[in-house]
Design a protein around this ligand. Structure first.
Ligand code: MN3
Length: 203
């Protein structure tokens, strides 16, 4: 299979002031593009790792193909990351998602605190996540580098990139400020709700 860089689902300046056009130009056109290009180079020598991106990520991890795993997993993470944001994001949650979050975390505020803490305490590069685990429960997790919920048998419902390239232009070293802006002003909760619906059906 061949990895393909998707276009952003909005204009480069559509997420400002919370995420600038300059950040999106570097993050999408340089960083994400590099994962695609490097992943495709490695796939030329490893043609039998799977026919879908998900299979490639899981097989590369199982077989210890670290280079392929890093690039394919980051491609998967970023494809979703662009969709997890939208202009005028944040705000109120669709009803079913709000109920699920309240059931698992007690309140949206409690979930928000856990998510912000996971992102702020991920040491070095990585991601923080809201996932549906194999028991059908929502959970907040964090992972290093390109690692993602696919290899932990969890369904990713929301993920935030906490690599410095995701926030340093706009927030410098203030990762917590970036995480707050992400949750409060950028998240596309309708997309998260769609993923939850799909994930529940696949349990
Ligand atoms: Mn990134």
């Amino acid at each position: 299979m061949t990895l393909e860089l998707p276009d952003l689902p909005y204009a480069y300046d559509a997420l400002a002031p919370y995420m600038s056009a300059e950040t999106l130009e570097y993050h999408h056109d340089k960083h994400h593009n590099a994962y695609v290009t490097n992943g495709n180079k490695i796939l030329q020598d490893l043609p039998n790792m799977g026919s879908t991106l998900e299979e490639v990520v899981i097989n590369a991890h199982k077989k210890g193909e670290q280079g392929l795993f890093n690039n394919a997993a980051q491609h998967w993470n970023h494809k979703l990351f662009w969709q997890w944001m939208k202009p005028n994001g944040g705000g109120s949650l669709p009803g079913d998602l709000e109920i699920a979050i309240n059931d698992s975390f007690g309140s949206f505020e409690s979930f928000r605190d856990k998510f912000l803490t996971a992102g702020a305490t991920q040491f070095g590069s990585g991601w923080c996540w809201l996932v549906l685990n194999a028991d059908g429960k929502l959970e907040v997790t964090k992972t290093p580098n390109g690692e993602n919920p696919l290899i932990h048998n969890q369904k990713a419902l929301l993920g935030c990139d906490v690599w410095e390239h995701s926030y340093y232009i706009d927030y410098r070293n203030a990762r917590p400020k970036y995480l707050e802006a992400f949750i409060d002003n950028l998240v596309n909760w309708e997309f998260v709700a769609e993923l939850l619906e799909k994930a529940k059906q696949e349990l």
